[in-house]
Design a protein around this ligand. Structure first.
Ligand code: FAD
Length: 388
């Protein structure tokens, strides 16, 4: 069967749903179909890594079901329906259920997917998890059986550190394993990373930093036995992979759009290399910037809604720092776009400021820990915009 919508949005993350909402807020009445590979529930992804400490059940994280969303916005929502292919020439897409749909305008908001760092042996694969959407959270929540577990987290970036803190706070025994020697290596210069590592260590999180995995095997009592490169062994009931995200560009490639490792290439109007197709959110790369945070995607949703409703509006981003949700040691970071000439480190103990400066002494980025996070507003005002 075949159907038509004036606007099709693929993806029901914060980008796809945010755009549909922004359009209706502007009074745009066109027919909109929102398609999702997942449950289509409206949820806030940042809450996934703060939900366990608060004891939140998966359904408490869903703000709205796909059905309620469809009714509220007067749109069609097709949940659990992956799109398999897009033909930009005929403005048609093919769904996994065999249906085809045609569009006047198409928006790709397909997000980013977890990178698999290595092959996971089939014998232990049921112990390995990622948490990148609400459906993943549901699976992980069920696997925990509401009992304290030994959880090995692989990867010490934002996602790995936030889950380490949150799962620790909810009573689980955590090991954090990563090849880098300090946590948050892309957000924090070393002395601040050391401070976060110390806060984790003092709380009882076991750190295996500067370590890679040598072997993965079945352990005792149906656990996983992880052997590190220094031959240390970590036994875990559950392994959580937090080894980075890559823009989900497969569908854009089927449409022949310009794509790089950083995402679907779009201009300031969020237009791809095809005039009828737009992209935003974690999948989109604007002028070589793919921020992968909420504030930039919200700015994109607002700008694109205006553009689609007849007021062409280029997007711009301010100096918007990332707030890392690690209550054991609060962290705020606005990483410089290019490595700074030097980091000026101020403060003592775990209360530190790191100011990234160029060769002329101009502030190009910053990182703050502990009590120094209160400098966030002052430093954001002084730093250059992310996309000016
Ligand atoms: P997604 O939410 O990934 O949505 C993609 C959608 O596309 C999904 O609905 C998916 O089903 C659909 N899809 C993909 N392929 C297809 C297909 N072929 N057919 C149909 N549908 C498809 N950012 C912050 O600013 N602050 C934070 O505190 C913060 N915390 C975070 C914590 C965690 C644990 C994670 C993982 C991220 C966090 N982020 C945070 C980042 C932020 O959540 C993301 O930038 C944002 O949610 C991305 O939204 P999106 O809509 O672009 O993508």
């Amino acid at each position: 069967t075949s159907a038509h919508a004036e606007l099709i949005i693929i993806g029901t993350g914060m980008a796809g749903i945010g755009l549909a909402r922004a359009l209706r807020r502007l009074g745009d009445q066109r027919s909109i179909t929102l398609i999702s590979a997942d449950s289509g529930d409206d949820y806030s992804k940042p809450l996934l890594s703060t939900g366990f400490a608060k004891g939140l059940k998966p359904d408490q994280l869903a703000r709205q079901s796909a059905t309620d969303l469809a009714e509220e916005l007067n749109i069609q929502v097709m949940a659990s329906t992956p799109v398999e292919q897009v033909s930009a020439d005929t403005q048609t897409l093919w769904l996994s259920n065999g249906q085809t749909l045609s569009y006047d305008a198409l928006v790709l908001a397909t997000g980013a997917e977890p990178r698999a760092p290595f092959a996971i042996p089939a014998s232990v694969s049921q112990h390995f998890f990622v948490i990148n959407d609400l459906d993943d959270y549901r699976r992980f929540y069920t696997a925990l059986h509401e009992r304290p577990a030994r959880i090995a987290i692989i990867g010490a970036g934002l996602v790995g550190c936030e889950f380490a803190n949150d799962l620790h706070a909810s009573g689980h025994q955590i090991s954090l394993i990563a090849p880098e020697t300090t946590p948050l290596p892309r957000l924090l210069p070393e002395p601040l990373g050391v401070a976060l590592g110390e806060a984790f260590g003092e709380a009882g999180i076991q750190l295996a930093l500067g370590r890679t995995l040598k072997d993965i095997d079945i352990g005792e009592d149906s656990s996983v036995k992880l052997t590190l490169d220094n031959d240390a062994v970590i036994n875990a009931d559950i392994v959580l992979l937090a080894t980075g995200l890559a823009p989900r560009t497969g569908l854009a490639k089927t449409a022949g759009l310009a794509v790089s490792d950083q995402g679907i290439q779009v201009d300031r109007h969020l237009r791809t290399s095809n005039p009828h197709i737009y992209a935003l959110g974690d999948v989109a790369c604007i002028d070589s910037i793919n921020a992968m945070y909420v504030q930039p995607l919200q700015a994109c949703a607002k700008a694109l809604a205006a553009t689609l409703s007849g007021t062409p509006t280029p997007v711009s981003f301010g100096a918007w720092p990332v707030i890392v949700k690690t209550p054991l040691l609060p962290v705020v970071a606005y990483p410089p776009l290019i490595p700074p000439e030097r980091w000026r480190i101020e403060g003592e103990g775990s209360d530190m400021s790191a100011l990234g400066e160029d060769k002329d002494g101009n502030l190009v980025g910053f990182a703050l820990t502990g009590g120094c996070v209160r400098r966030k507003v002052e430093l954001s005002r002084a730093a250059p915009a992310l996309l000016g």
